[in-house]
Design a protein around this ligand. Structure first.
Ligand code: UT7
Length: 320
């Protein structure tokens, strides 16, 4: 057992502006009580007028680099998980590489929506294990608010903006024990943004559409199943898990997943109350928040899980 990738640094960024449930009560026919009881969300951060998704990605990357004394010239690949790039092209990974000033290393965006960070972790781990890279900067960054219709109460109460970063490096010790990824394109109708630019015009609805119930059911089923599967594949038991770090979409989905694993909620990292659903940023933001607060410590066994549009879902079992 000598070929692993290990998390050597984490970082995060949340925009300054906070949108509370009380603020939303003024915009749509909703209530603080409904939002908290149905989703667990109390507030979410919203990107500034003059801020871009790549700014958030850069701030999270710089936090990971500086608060962990990383030599940025050691980074030899950048992956940005996002569905909200600044531009159609170039990718936010290229914008980030340019701002970090780190040479001609490969840089690309990866879009698996809310599972993007899990897809990026599995991808980076494969590059490291096959010696194509040694130190990879992964950033999950999304400005979901850019695609939210603030007159649609079905969606506007659920989402927020932010960025989280992780640096993975080759190690002789675990590390990532394994990852599992899935997709089911039949989920398209339940959750999508279909609008696109064509001939200089927006064609199709440019806002998030979600039929919550089927998404909720698919999320609980997929996340419960993948948790059992990744443990089996990596020869671990649920009793060994120190922390479950699930996608932060809805406290009831998180509780159902924890329940399936018989994990008490004090072993589950929850940030959905403060961040809402930040898509690809949700898991790395939760991870960094829990590391900075001292909850997650070196040597802990972490189960990371994501679920999102596509549908897509993924999990990673990691020794921190
Ligand atoms: O990151 C991708 C993954 N996303 C998710 O995992 C989200 C999955 N879905 C959910 O989290 C939940 O389905 C919701 C939080 C969106 C909704 O919870 P629910 O338990 O499925 O809803 P419900 O059955 O308790 O309530 C639905 C009702 C509808 O009214 P009628 O048709 O029953 O009269 C909605 O119009 O609640 C109404 N409603 C609202 N009421 C007050 C929908 N949004 C709101 C709102 N405030 N913001």
């Amino acid at each position: 057992m000598t070929n692993f990738s290990k998390i050597i640094a984490t970082g995060s960024y949340l925009p300054e502006k906070i949108l509370s449930n009380q603020d939303l009560e003024k915009l749509v026919d909703t209530s603080d009580e409904w939002i908290i009881s149905r989703s667990g969300i109390k507030q979410r951060h919203i990107i500034g007028e003059n801020e871009s998704p790549s700014d958030m990605a850069y701030n999270a990357a710089i936090d990971a680099i500086t608060s962990n004394n990383i030599d940025k010239s050691s980074i030899d690949m950048i992956i940005v998980a996002t569905f909200t790039s600044d531009a159609v092209f170039p990718s936010n990974a290229c914008l980030l590489q340019q701002r970090l000033g780190i040479g001609s290393i490969p840089a690309f965006d990866l879009n698996a929506v809310c599972s993007g960070f899990l897809y990026a972790i599995a991808t980076a781990d494969a590059y490291i294990k096959t010696n194509m890279a040694k130190t990879i900067l992964i950033v999950g960054a999304d400005a979901v608010s850019h695609y939210i219709d603030y007159t649609d109460r079905n969606t506007c109460v659920l989402f927020g903006d932010g960025a989280g970063a992780v640096i993975l490096q080759h190690s002789n010790e675990p590390g990532i024990y394994g990852s599992e990824l899935h997709a089911d394109g039949n989920g398209e109708e339940a959750l999508h943004v279909k609008g696109q630019l064509k001939q200089g015009k927006i064609v199709g609805h440019p806002f998030v559409y979600m039929d919550g119930k089927p998404v909720f059911k698919a999320a609980v089923k997929s996340l419960s199943h993948i948790a059992t599967s990744i443990l089996k594949k990596t020869n671990h038991t649920k009793e060994q898990i120190d922390w479950l770090i699930p996608h932060q979409a809805n406290i009831r989905i998180i509780e159902a997943t924890a329940n399936h694993l018989s994990l008490p909620m004090d072993k589950v990292i929850v940030t959905v109350d403060k961040h809402g659903n930040t898509a690809a940023a949700s898991v790395p933001l939760a991870l960094d928040t829990a590391i900075k607060s001292g909850k997650i410590k070196r040597g802990d066994l972490l189960l990371l899980e994501g679920f999102g549009a596509g549908f897509t879902w993924g999990a990673s079992l990691i020794r921190y």
